[in-house]
Design a protein. Structure first.
Length: 299
């Protein structure tokens, strides 16, 4: 099946010519949060999508990987593809072992389907609670999925707004397998790091050792724009407090941004501002994602 898709008129297309980072990534660095979109003519976007993006192919992703000095990728299923994981799976399968995947599945997914995805390289599923992107389901919907993926050693990635955390607290803390939070739970960076909102997220990590955080998307969280000074205190706090449970990624091709498109080279140069020592960088960029996605998929 193929189709012709016209991207949304206000869609911002990723920067085709990023700058070369000045920060040299350590050997083994993993971009632990990125996506592929289509191409729509090969991997159609689902009818129920809430946006139509530009095409962003696996070849373009892998070219960016090599340009930035990244060794491996974790490709997260994009909401414009719904639970049709074909584009993501094709990218992972084409990576020669240099990519893992995070899928979107429904409760009726079969054991055979999950096993096939595991063999290709999927190691988790994503639950999206951001209402402008999806329509969240009841807790039981997600628990049924967790019951099916737990035997494979997979984890859950959760994407939510900071204002959702209190409402979802009981569900998130009921999950016994690993939980990876996208983008630090999208904090409001106009509020203080030591204020009650961000400290609620910190408490989630502190009280539940199965919870990890991606310190990603300064371009998505910042109110001041590049070089994202207002995000540094939040991300550096999480990296320093929980050095063995943090992940970094580019979020390429940066879906649903409305004010600017980031320079991926500058996103790499953001890393030493939030992880200033070699040991913190090694954990964030290499050791943590390697343990989660390549070495310890049943842990």
């Amino acid at each position: 099946m193929s189709g012709t898709f016209t991207m949304d008129p206000d869609w911002l297309v990723f920067d085709p010519d990023p700058t070369k980072p000045t920060f040299v990534l350590p050997s083994g660095t993993v971009d632990a949060h990125c996506h592929v979109f289509g191409p729509g003519s090969i991997f159609p976007y689902v009818p129920e999508r809430k946006y139509t993006p530009c095409d962003a192919s696996k070849d373009q992703l892998f070219a960016l990987r090599d340009f930035l000095g990244v060794e491996r990728n974790v490709i997260v299923q994009a909401t414009c593809h719904g639970s049709d994981n074909s584009a993501m799976l094709n990218a992972v399968a084409s990576s020669k072992g240099r990519a893992r995947g995070v899928a979107t599945v429904r409760p009726d997914v079969s054991e055979n389907e999950l096993t096939e995805m595991h063999d290709i390289g999927v190691r988790g599923v994503r639950f999206n609670y951001v209402r402008r992107l999806v329509d969240p389901e009841p807790d039981r919907y997600y628990h049924r999925i967790i019951e099916k993926i737990a035997p494979l050693g997979w984890h859950v990635v959760v994407y939510f707004e900071a204002s959702d955390l209190e409402e979802r607290w009981d569900f998130f803390t009921s999950i016994e397998i690993r939980v990876i939070v996208d983008h630090m739970g999208r904090p409001d960076v106009s509020k203080p790091v030591d204020g009650p909102d961000f400290q609620r997220f910190v408490r989630l990590l502190r009280e539940h050792e199965n919870v990890w955080s991606k310190v990603t998307c300064p371009e998505r969280l910042s109110l001041t724009g590049p070089p994202y000074d207002d995000v540094v205190p939040f991300a550096s706090y999480v990296v320093n407090e929980f050095p063995n449970r943090v992940l970094w990624g580019t979020d390429w091709p940066h879906p649903n941004l409305s004010d600017h498109m980031p320079d991926d080279g500058a996103l790499v140069d953001f890393v030493p501002r939030i992880a200033p020592t070699a040991s913190l960088q090694q954990a964030l960029l290499v050791d943590n994602p390697a343990r989660l996605y390549w070495e310890d998929s049943h842990g």
